[in-house]
Design a protein around this ligand. Structure first.
Ligand code: FAD
Ligand code: FES
Ligand code: MG
Length: 292
């Protein structure tokens, strides 16, 4: 784990309205980053800490790529930054890396912004000699991203949109069912995306007794196993997503509890967003990531 003082945004791409990609200069984090890990960042001194997955890394350039959806105050404030701006804290890599080995045939499923975290894992699994079938989906064409990167990372890629505005119409579970039946010998499934999607994937793969890993986005504060905020129940035991995960056996996860815990701070989050919308971004004249 490495901590440096400021982190520059070298490249920004708006992938869709409220969906951004940042390539951030963080050489020490990059040195140790592995597929499946995440960072916790703080935009400025007064900001809150938020976790984002390492969606890509370039060891030569010393950069980490993150893709994030603007869903509340901090991600909105982050999305307002541009190339050349700085992020105050960028701590990582955190969490356990994905377990990469040769399994045989694998299905890697990414839904919505979940396509970004699936990407480096699919790539590492293919590099380890697996035949990786990628399945990516989005609500609509406009929200679909990284089809090209996923095509390169996987042995084969299948695409679907909920409304049929691009590729097939339907859900990632429709494609996954087809892949499981067509291939007949899928050894492992990895699914990352919104909670209802991961729950639906696990419901499907359970019927086929297909081992499935999911990456859990529980609320995190310190990211080091100290605060207990990210606790989840897996196989009836309490686990901390930040240090024991974020990947877990999806068939063992208590998704009901996760869903309940993910909204416990909703009123406070709503107030923070309203205050941000009325007062605007953090302003300061120091080099802390605010508008100077
Ligand atoms: P808020 O309005 O504060 O919160 C909106 C919702 O986001 C909340 O209801 C809650 O469910 C969730 N959330 C809020 N605070 C946190 C927190 N500290 N930790 C986790 N979830 C929180 N999102 C992406 O868009 N891209 C990613 O690559 C990504 N990777 C993640 C990796 C991990 C390991 C985890 C745990 C979460 C990841 N998330 C990712 C989710 C992201 O952290 C939240 O969307 C973000 O913290 C919301 O902050 P906010 O202030 O904008 O929204
Ligand atoms: Fe504090 Fe995991 S975020 S224990
Ligand atoms: Mg917040």
């Amino acid at each position: 784990m490495e901590v440096v003082t400021t982190y520059r945004i070298l490249r920004k791409e708006v992938l869709a309205p409220t969906l951004n990609m940042f390539e951030i200069e963080a050489p020490l984090v990059t040195k140790k980053a592995k597929a499946g890990q995440f960072v916790i960042l703080r935009i400025h001194e007064e900001g809150e800490r938020i976790p984002l997955t390492i969606a890509d890394f370039d060891r030569e350039k010393g950069t980490i790529t993150c893709v994030f959806q603007e869903v509340g105050k901090t991600t909105k404030e982050l999305g307002a930054l541009g190339e050349g701006d700085f992020i105050k804290d960028f701590v990582g890599p955190l969490g356990l890396p994905s377990h990469i080995e040769k399994y045989g045939r694998i299905a890697c499923v990414g839904g919505g912004v979940g396509v970004a975290p699936v990407h480096p894992i699919a790539r590492a699994l293919k590099e380890a000699g697996n035949e990786v079938t990628g399945i990516i989906g989005a609500r609509t064409k406009e929200l679909l991203f990284w089809e090209d990167k996923m095509r390169a990372a996987c042995s084969e890629l299948r695409v679907i949109t909920d409304d049929g505005s691009y590729a097939r119409k339907g859900f990632v579970t429709d494609l996954l069912k087809e892949v499981i039946e067509e291939k007949g010998d899928i050894a492992l499934c990895l699914a990352i995306g919104p909670l209802p999607m991961m729950r639906a994937v696990c419901g499907l793969t359970k019927q086929y007794n297909l081992k499935t890993f999911v990456s859990l986005n529980s609320i995190m504060v310190d990211g080091t196993g100290m605060c207990g905020c990210c606790r989840v129940s897996v196989g009836g035991e309490t686990r901390f997503a930040c240090v024991d995960g974020p990947e877990f056996d999806g068939h063992q996860v208590d998704f009901d509890e996760m869903a309940r815990r993910s909204v416990i701070y909703k009123p406070k989050e709503q107030t923070a967003l309203e205050r941000y919308n009325s007062q605007g971004a953090h302003k300061c004249s120091c080099n802390c990531g605010g508008d100077s």
